[in-house]
Design a protein around this ligand. Structure first.
Ligand SMILES: [Zn+2]
Ligand SMILES: [Zn+2]
Length: 532
């Protein structure tokens, strides 16, 4: 989420979420810190969305729950947002406002104009934001595909006109800055898939992102061309196809999409399954098929599985597992590493340079990427002649203060990741995460001891364990552990007053010591001290 502020007016560009990595066990989503925006709620004019990917719209429900601010986006983006808001029970109260490329809207002092760009989801836009200090151009996520499927080519002319008129700041997508040349067109991947469809003699299973409307379009078109029918697998695939077809973003050839039962009654060579799970996500349709656990689809010899997607970093192992399993079942598998089955939705170096030369910005701010990508993009800008002192490498929590005369970096904005787990938003901190990691690594031992009024052990210790050892099969060991606890308790000063916390600490350290001596392991130890 990027904020633009002038006087009392504030707008947000996009409001996305991230999915947690291995270091955040049990966390569902990571969302931005809204503190700064919410403190300025009276001047918070709008959220403007560039496209419908999760990393751009996913956190909206959490923001709108706090403040029902108007949300602008193109029709497909808003339709995807509406679906999310419905899930959160927020659709009724949401103020969604449709916008189209070149149709300018006003939000407080800001004049905002959407500009068509191409990306791996249809209906993406960049933005030109007129502010009292000059025009900011934000590319959104983009590639420069001169021949997109829907004919909605990037609006080169508008970017160039803005460049003529004067652009103060260009914020540009850094994702693919490491890739030389131009990003290939979506049409090329369609041709490559077409070659596979032409020669395949059995069933074809294609896994891709449910939001990649144009990839889905190509599969539907190819199926029609090669006399096949298509069944859709996965909730999000079915939902997005319906949304995109209703809005006219997807042309579904007549009678091409059929229910799975109907598909199964056709000869194998007429069957196409279009599925989610291109990242090997554990409960996705593709993963279930690979594991032989899908209710209706059994993968078998003769099947061709095409994973038409990029491997998102962090998913290499899960995808690898799925690919191995599919091969074991006898299928042939095509994926990024062994075939041309995907093109990126982000601009490569030459495209990025073209964007800079079209807009000719006074200042440049690389956005959307890890630090290395932002740095690479900053260097790329310098290589095409933007002076280093006009390039700003900014991280979360930093801001650019822009006037008609100059620009400088200011810091200290509240920013950071807020963790969402079920209904908990932001109340899971470092301690809880550390416990989860320890529990996952070495398990838990709970020891309960009951004391009478005079502080003498009345019952126990009783020991329970999860993920450490199986207590029932280790009774001898448990007896030794109990003895160690009792021995530690016996060393207490008999005249000292009974202190629950102190007794708990004694139990904990006795268990830790024993376990460490025996096993060199560090389970979480939970002492339960009862007074009877
Ligand atoms: Zn995107
Ligand atoms: Zn993105």
């Amino acid at each position: 989420m990027m904020l633009v502020e002038s006087g009392d007016d504030l707008i947000a560009i996009d409001c996305g979420l991230m999915f947690p990595d291995d270091e955040l066990p049990g966390i569902d989503h990571v969302i931005p810190d809204f503190t700064y925006a919410l403190e300025r709620r009276t001047g918070f004019r709008a959220v403007v969305l560039t496209h419908g990917h999760e990393d751009h719209i996913g956190a909206l429900p959490y923001l709108l729950r706090e403040l029902p601010v108007p949300v602008y986006g193109t029709p497909l983006t808003l339709a995807l947002v509406a679906e999310r808001l419905r899930e959160h029970g927020l659709l009724e109260t949401a103020d969604l406002r449709s916008m189209r490329p070149r149709d300018r809207i006003q939000a407080g002092v800001f004049g905002i104009e959407p500009i068509r760009v191409t990306h791996s989801i249809a209906d993406g836009i960049g933005l030109a934001i007129d502010t009292p200090a000059g025009t900011i151009v934000h590319t959104g996520d983009f590639k420069l595909d001169p021949s997109p499927l829907d004919g909605e080519a990037p609006d080169y002319r508008r970017f160039a006109e803005l460049g003529e008129r004067g652009v103060a700041v260009l914020c540009s997508d850094s994702t693919n800055v490491d890739r030389p040349g131009h990003t290939r067109s979506e049409v090329e991947v369609g041709q490559a898939l077409g070659g596979r469809f032409d020669v395949a003699t059995g069933r074809i299973i294609v896994a891709t992102f449910a939001s990649h409307i144009h990839r889905i379009q190509q599969v539907l078109t190819l199926a029609a061309r090669t006399d096949r029918r298509v069944a859709l697998l996965g909730m999000s695939m079915q939902r997005n196809v319906t949304i995109a077809a209703d809005l006219g973003y997807l042309q579904v050839p007549p009678a091409i999409v059929v229910p799975l039962e109907e598909l199964a009654s056709l000869p194998a060579r007429q069957q196409v399954i279009l599925s989610t799970g291109s990242q090997g996500e554990p409960h996705s349709a593709l993963a279930l098929m690979a594991a032989g656990e899908h209710k209706y689809v059994k993968v078998e010899r003769g099947d061709l599985v095409i994973i038409s997607a990029r491997v998102i970093p962090g998913h290499e192992r899960t995808i690898g597992r799925v690919v191995n399993a599919l091969y074991r079942l006898g299928a042939e598998v095509l994926y990024e590493d062994n075939a041309f089955v995907h093109v990126s939705g982000h601009a490569s170096q030459d495209d990025l340079k073209l964007m800079m030369s079209l807009t000719r910005p006074r200042y440049f701010v690389p956005v959307h990427g890890e630090y290395r990508h932002l740095l690479g993009h900053a260097r790329l800008a310098e290589s095409v002649g933007i002076a280093p002192e006009r390039v700003f490498l900014m991280e979360d929590g930093m801001g650019l203060e822009l006037s008609t005369a100059d620009a400088r970096v200011v810091g200290g904005f509240p920013a950071g990741r807020v963790l969402v787990d079920g209904k908990s938003v932001g109340d899971i901190g470092a301690v809880v995460l550390r416990d989860r990691q320890l529990l996952a690594e070495d398990g838990l031992i709970a020891v309960s001891v009951a004391f009478d009024k005079s502080g003498v052990v009345a019952a126990g210790p009783e020991i329970a364990s999860r993920g450490f050892v199986y207590v029932k099969e280790n009774e001898l060991l448990m007896e030794e552990l109990k003895k160690a606890v009792l021995a530690a308790l016996a060393e207490r000063d008999p005249d000292a007053p009974f202190d629950r916390e102190l007794v708990g600490a004694t139990v904990r350290s006795a268990v830790r010591h024993f376990v460490n001596q025996r096993f060199r392991r560090k389970p979480v130890v939970l002492p339960i001290v009862l007074e009877v």
